[in-house]
Design a protein around this ligand. Structure first.
Ligand code: SAH
Ligand code: SF4
Ligand code: F3S
Length: 476
């Protein structure tokens, strides 16, 4: 191969960015065709973190599909391995380092394999450098802001045989039209905005995902139509704070309006969204959910802490009273509302008294389920510099206490549903007990006996039994 040839964007007469990227996909396809002597090239994409990352990986898969790749469930037979990483907690990062390290053996056995790491972790300089320096067999490192350049970066690494390291790209435009290969055939993710401007003091997301920017409503609505018309039954609108959707757009739109517009699209489907920030959760939004035809009766509204003192230190811009006001309004307006939340235990300076306020809040609201996290310091965030005197073992005890209280609440909530008839979406078969794994509009798991041909369809079930946070039902 002639390695003296380099290809710069300026070599191409084509001014359209995505067409340029398509050009690289063609080159990748040709190169892989020669290397694999006509056999289909295989990729293994492993995604960590939130649905935003899942949606990004679906775009990378879309681009790779266009270059002729098919996908495998493990790294052993792959020609291209990519880890799309999450930086939100230390534990997530440690797992990535461990799993990338384990690829060394595969690379030794098959030196032709290309290993790449991307995503939120790679937008942190010290982490990306550690990845690049510790693992010489990783050929390609790129951050979240370089997703649209993936074909070009991959091609550069393939063609030159040299390692490519690309992060801190300051191109913050939204690129419409990147191909998407969705993981599911009836559950779909639909990003409506990117980035976050909230700077909660514990959180790394604004640093690794950049400033908040919204997609035009016409683009979102047209993607929603496409999903609904191709049979998607459960569509989740994604953003770090969907309630501030529309800021900076040249149109008169709010999240509630967008949701209302999508809800007008005819079809049999559920519409969900995450995440809602309580500081911007409007009554207009609750009214839209209440009057919606397709909008699920599930509201994920992370409160993080029940203590006003801690909420202030977290820079969350609401207090317990405001949170409860919106929750009570929602409960009043939306029958069968299922509430879920995120909670951080052991934020720097949190005392047991503060923690008890979190417990009392979850008792008062009665959430269906909770995503609970022990605080993890993130380099570069304000909270990482705050005094944190409570030992890890103590935080762990509080955490266990929280889980026990929530288990009791979830069990009570689920028990109250026995005897009710619920519309459910059949999602999969639970291999352990051969039961159909389904979900109701409130996002609660319902297990039923039934034929696996029903996967991807709506059914009705009578709830016969409650087991902690899972319901058992009988198909009607
Ligand atoms: N944008 C969403 C959440 C994104 S991160 C929101 O504002 O709700 C998902 C959850 O991870 C957060 O809600 C928070 O509970 C948790 N989290 C974020 N940073 C964390 C940290 N440093 N330590 C522990 N948990 C954290
Ligand atoms: Fe992080 Fe706060 Fe933004 Fe959510 S709203 S992503 S918790 S900074
Ligand atoms: Fe993780 Fe990035 Fe999402 S840090 S939680 S994957 S936005």
């Amino acid at each position: 191969m002639d390695r003296s040839v380099t290809l710069e964007k300026s070599d191409l007469n084509n001014t359209n960015f995505l067409e340029n990227q398509d050009y690289y996909l063609n080159l990748i396809s040709e190169l892989m065709n020669i290397r694999k002597r006509g056999e289909v090239p295989l990729a293994y994409i492993h995604t960590y973190g939130c649905q935003q990352n899942v949606a990004d990986s679906e775009k990378i898969k879309g681009m790779l599909s266009k270059a002729g790749f098919e996908f495998v469930d493990g790294p052993d037979d792959a020609d291209f391995i990519l880890f799309n990483t999450c930086a939100v907690r230390e534990h997530a990062e440690d797992r990535v380092f461990g799993n990338v390290g384990a690829l060394k053996k595969i690379k030794k056995k098959h030196p032709q394999i290309m290993i790449a790491v991307c995503g939120c972790m790679m937008e942190q300089k010290h982490i990306a450098e550690r990845m690049y320096n510790s693992f010489p067999f990783v050929s390609l490192v790129f951050g979240t802001h370089s997703l649209q350049n993936f074909p070009e970066l991959y091609y550069r690494a393939l063609f030159s045989g040299k390692r490519v390291y690309e992060r801190d790209n300051d191109d913050k435009k939204i690129y419409e039209g990147i191909p998407i290969k969705r993981d599911g055939t009836f559950k779909g993710w639909l990003p409506i905005m990117y980035g976050c401007d909230n700077f909660c003091t514990y959180c790394i997301v604004p640093y690794v995902r950049g400033r908040e920017r919204s997609r035009k409503s016409a683009d979102v609505i047209s993607e929603a139509k496409e999903l609904i018309n191709s049979g998607y039954k459960d569509i989740t609108l994604l953003g770090q704070n969907v309630n501030s959707y529309g800021k900076g757009l040249d149109e008169d739109i709010t999240f509630a309006k967008l949701l209302g517009e999508i809800d007008k699209i005819p079809g049999d489907y559920w519409l969900r969204f995450m995440t809602s920030h309580p500081k911007d959760c409007s009554k207009e939004l609750i009214d839209t959910i209440a009057s919606g035809e397709h909008i699920s009766t599930h509201l994920h509204l992370p409160f993080q802490s029940g203590s006003d003192r801690i909420l202030k230190k977290m820079n969350r811009h609401y207090d317990r009273k405001k949170y409860l006001e919106i929750i009570n309004y929602a409960k009043e307006k939306i029958p069968n509302l299922s509430l879920t939340s995120d909670i951080i235990v052991g934020f720097p300076g949190e005392t047991y008294e503060d923690f008890k306020e979190t417990l009392s809040l979850i008792r008062e609201v009665e959430f269906t389920s909770l995503f609970t996290f022990i605080y993890s310091p993130r380099v570069g965030t304000p909270a990482a510099k705050m005094d944190d005197p409570i030992p890890a073992e103590e935080k762990s005890k509080w955490f266990q206490e929280l889980l026990a209280v929530q288990e009791e609440i979830a069990a009570k909530r689920c028990a109250s549903m026995v005897g009710k008839k619920e519309k459910i979406l059949v999602e999969s078969v639970n291999k352990k007990n051969n039961k159909l794994q389904c979900r109701n509009s409130g996002n609660i798991i319902v297990e039923c006996d039934g034929d696996e041909n029903l996967i991807g369809t709506f059914q009705t079930a009578e709830i016969t039994e409650a087991r902690n946070w899972i319901l058992k039902g009988k198909l009607i």
